[in-house]
Design a protein around this ligand. Structure first.
Ligand SMILES: *Cc1c(COP(=O)(O)O)cnc(C)c1O
Length: 866
């Protein structure tokens, strides 16, 4: 009989062991080796069979074993030490506490639809969630006061297995929050009852949620869970699974995350006494409704108008976009938004037409029938970034229409390249080596010391990690083959599958088509030859999940599995099911080479290659995402990309051929080129170079410091400037914007001339004069800028410079501007003049998307400088 309800009965620990519960309930254990060691010693066999999940371990350990441990003085001393260490970690000042003078925010709310913290908490599907998990862990390490917000999915993301013929099968194991390292948020002011967050739905329905707190070191993560008795079944199912269900379901999840998330934060701060966030960071568009809720608060509680509240909210909001794949952008039909934010479900504080306008694609090529969450994110956030330099460029192209009139370079979307949490992703053997030379190594430091580590020690560590991967892969293969129905006799080959001394290439990722899982199989015979090379064999370890609805992706997996099932190659190429954090950790540590072959430029950043690099792996990748930025010719290999080519088939063919050639002629040659001591010297030089130079860049401490300095702190300053004196700044800016937007059609550059054009020489200054008609505006409302620099054949100014021209005398609304422009380089030079709005509370002059230019191309062109 099937149980109708599932509970996890928590162990009652003997008094001397109570501290274990405190350790388990703080997820810091997920990146703290000493605590993991302590858990392991509770019962080493059980630790492995419980998949290193301490909650399961404590739930299943025998009473006899617990009684023995409660008497074991050595164990109790270690337990005490671990608790001491945790309490220290939670209270001692860290990096952020030394940054006070910079005026950083007192608290930051971080919203994400998924979090990848540990394999034991399967609330993530891929890179976005892993990044969010690393962000929180790093915030904890650096003492950055973040509060995370997400949803608790009752079925998490699926776990993957294979059918006998290699088809992906999905299972959704039910998650019982009581069996996870979570605590329910309760309100001591209400007799300790669980906190309830509610949001209104159409037809008078209400969606209610409780709030679980996952403690990630110093950082609380609030997870909303709609599986509560007050809800009807449909409402209970809102948080049933990650990225499951249709459009309506997704909208409800996003409303709960955004609107409910803000309400959960308010409750949490009230109960815990922690300061309210000054900055709200939304990790991708899914949580964008948080801005609407904050507007509602300001309208209802502070009497601001919608526009005034919008300014106050924008100033403190950071929006990070994560995908250059247009299909990856979150969109809803406008009617659906109307249904949920209009009629009886609407409020007068947040009128539905204003909501719809925020997500409208009202630019060239925009789709007028949809509501675009990313576009709303950009309108609700004054600061926007992509996640690698290249992704910044692509995002400015993708969303440039929102700032029409400006060159792409000026579109106010910056970039902060992702990073990875070293303590989570780097094997202890490697951390020991790079940290040894600098004993007080801070997280994110010490990587340079890799240059001083003796090569044989690095090689020994690499061998250890490769062997560990091989052993783990055999265990997983056995399990998978058993599940697929193989008999023991059919599995005897697995004992010798993979070889701890063979060059090991790793490839693990989600399986959307742009990642091209099967590019390596483009020419199966070529691949077979690489695997079976008698002198320089290669082995490949592959993992990845296809989205449950992606039949094409599942077919790719099946293609790979069928190939890897072939008797002649199965000891050299394996597909390991159920890619998750645990398998990822094993693979990035054990592989010598990390391969990535996306269709450039569709990989926004990619982070698995960073994890490999930190373990002393070398990247072999298309120059996309982070690799485009940091490939330096000595830290791995760049697969040439044929991204100009329009024929996708031809492109695949060219890139696959280049990949085979790189592996055969360079990668494996170098790996197997050994000196008298058996060491691959040139290889190890590249490994050391990788650790020493990429290490400091790819760590998430670098990333988070960038966020604090470039986005959080400026956003906090802007938010304070808006909020001071009962939101005087926000009221003033809203009124100013309204006036400027209305008057802008009357602004014109009437006339431009320059002196000194006759025989221009480098080093001279060109005097530029302009007459600008400001219409209804004042000189203080605008900046008039000379735009100048080298011009191309079409007279476009390439990478222009800008210099503001001071205002001179005025005649009615016509104002003269005069200034000088340096002729600082020889060759074709051009200039123009433009008018842009200017206000001290804007983050950039391009923010409003308004610019006035001279009516026709004006200014000097083809004026060759001598
Ligand atoms: C790191 C990681 C990812 C993201 O890696 P990409 O390089 O962006 O594909 C996805 N899933 C898991 C389990 C990871 O560890």
């Amino acid at each position: 009989m099937k149980a109708i309800r599932r509970l996890t009965v928590r162990t009652v620990l003997p008094e001397p062991l109570r501290g274990l519960e405190e350790l388990v309930l703080n997820l810091r254990w997920s990146w703290h080796e000493e605590t993991l060691d302590l858990f392991r010693s509770v019962d080493p066999g059980l630790w492995e069979s419980a998949r290193q999940d301490p909650v399961r371990l404590l739930g299943e350990v025998s009473a006899a074993r617990l009684a023995a441990l409660a008497d074991d003085r050595r164990f109790l001393r270690r337990l005490d030490a671990a608790l001491d260490d945790l309490r220290d970690y939670l209270t001692a000042p860290r990096w952020y506490q030394s940054q006070d003078a910079a005026g950083g925010p007192q608290s930051i709310a971080y919203f994400s639809p998924e979090y990848g913290l540990t394999a034991a908490l399967p609330q993530y599907s891929g890179g976005l969630g892993i990044l969010a998990g690393d962000h929180l862990k790093t915030a904890s390490d650096l003492g950055v006061p973040i509060i995370g917000v997400g949803l608790l999915y009752r079925h998490g993301y699926f776990s993957q297995s294979l059918s006998p013929d290699g088809w992906q099968l999905e299972h959704y194991p039910a998650v019982d929050p009581n069996g996870l390292p979570l605590t329910l948020l309760r309100d001591p002011g209400a007799d300790g009852d669980p906190v309830r967050v509610a949001i209104g739905l159409p037809e008078g329905r209400t969606l209610t949620a409780q709030v679980w707190v996952a403690q990630v070191g110093r950082v609380p993560l609030l997870l909303l869970d709609s599986d509560v008795e007050e809800n009807d079944q449909a409402a209970r199912d809102v948080t049933d699974r990650l990225y499951g269900g249709g459009t309506d379901h997704r909208l409800l999840q996003e409303m709960l995350l955004g609107i409910g998330g803000v309400r959960a934060i308010r409750a949490y701060c009230r109960i815990s006494g922690q300061p309210e966030p000054e900055v709200f960071h939304t990790n991708e568009g899914h949580a964008g409704f948080l801005g609407l809720e904050r507007i509602r608060e300001l309208v209802d509680e502070h009497g601001l108008s919608f526009d005034e509240a919008l300014e106050a909210v924008r100033a403190g909001t950071v929006f990070t976009t994560h995908t250059p794949v247009p299909a990856g952008i979150d969109r809803f039909p406008r009617e659906l938004i109307h249904k949920h934010f209009g009629g009886s479900a609407g409020t007068s504080s947040v009128p539905v037409d204003r909501v719809l306008a925020l997500g409208e694609e009202n630019y060239e090529d925009g789709d007028r029938t949809v509501f675009n969450m990313a576009v709303m994110g950009m309108r609700l956030g004054q600061r926007v970034n992509g996640v690698s330099r290249l992704h910044g460029v692509v995002s400015r192209e993708m969303f440039g229409g929102l700032w029409g009139g400006f060159d792409l370079d000026e579109v106010p979307i910056g970039s902060i390249t992702n990073g990875v949490h070293a303590e989570t992703w780097v094997a202890r053997e490697v951390l020991d080596l790079v940290a040894r030379e600098t004993p007080a190594a801070m997280p994110g430091h010490g990587w340079e010391s890799a240059l001083d580590v003796p090569e044989h020690e690095i090689w020994r560590a690499r061998r250890t990690l490769r062997e560990r991967l091989v052993l783990d892969a055999r265990r997983r293969l056995r399990e998978s083959w058993r599940q697929r129905g193989a008999s023991e006799a059919e599995m005897s080959w697995i004992a010798d599958a993979l070889d701890p001394d063979v060059l090991t290439i790793g490839f693990a990722r989600r399986v959307p088509s742009y990642k091209r899982l099967t590019l390596m199989m483009r020419d199966p015979e070529r691949l077979r030859a690489l695997l079976l090379d008698p002198e320089r064999p290669v082995q490949i370890v592959i993992a990845g999940k296809a989205h449950p609805a992606d039949e094409g992706g599942k077919r790719l997996i099946q293609d790979i599995v069928r190939f890897a099932d072939s008797e002649d190659v199965r000891h050299r190429i394996v597909f390991l099911p159920d890619y998750d954090i645990a398998l990822g950790q094993m693979m990035v540590a054990g592989c010598d080479v990390w391969m990535n072959n996306p269709l450039r430029p569709l990989e926004a950043c990619g982070t698995s290659g960073m994890k490999a690099a930190l373990n002393g792996g070398l990247n072999l990748s298309i120059r996309d995402g982070w690799w485009d930025e940091w490939y330096d010719g000595q830290n791995g290999w760049a697969i040439p990309s044929a991204d100009g080519l329009s024929d996708p088939d031809r492109r695949d063919q060219l890139e696959a051929a280049a990949l085979y050639e790189l592996i055969a002629e360079h990668v494996s040659v170098m790996f197997y080129d050994r000196d008298g001591a058996g060491l691959p010297r040139r290889w190890l030089e590249m490994v050391k170079h990788t650790l020493a130079t990429l290490g400091p860049k790819v760590v998430s401490t670098r990333m988070l410091r960038d966020y604090v300095r470039q986005l959080y702190t400026p956003a906090a300053r802007s938010a304070r400037a808006m909020a001071a004196d009962d939101y005087a700044g926000a009221r003033q800016l809203a009124a100013w914007k309204q006036r400027v937007v209305k008057a802008w059609p009357g602004v014109a550059v009437d006339h431009v001339e320059s002196a000194g054009e006759e025989s221009p020489h480098v080093g001279q200054e060109l005097v530029v004069r302009a007459v600008v008609n400001l219409g209804e505006l004042n000189p203080a409302d605008v900046a008039v800028e000379a735009v100048y620099g080298r011009v191309d054949e079409s007279d476009a100014i390439v990478s222009p410079s800008y210099r503001e021209l001071p205002a001179g005398e005025a005649e009615n609304s016509r104002v003269r501007y005069v200034g000088e422009v340096p002729l600082d380089r020889t060759g074709p030079f051009g200039y123009s003049v433009r008018v842009v709005p200017q206000h001290p509370l804007l983050a950039s002059r391009t923010e409003l998307g308004l610019v006035a230019l001279p009516p026709a191309p004006m200014g000097m062109t083809n004026g060759d400088l001598r």
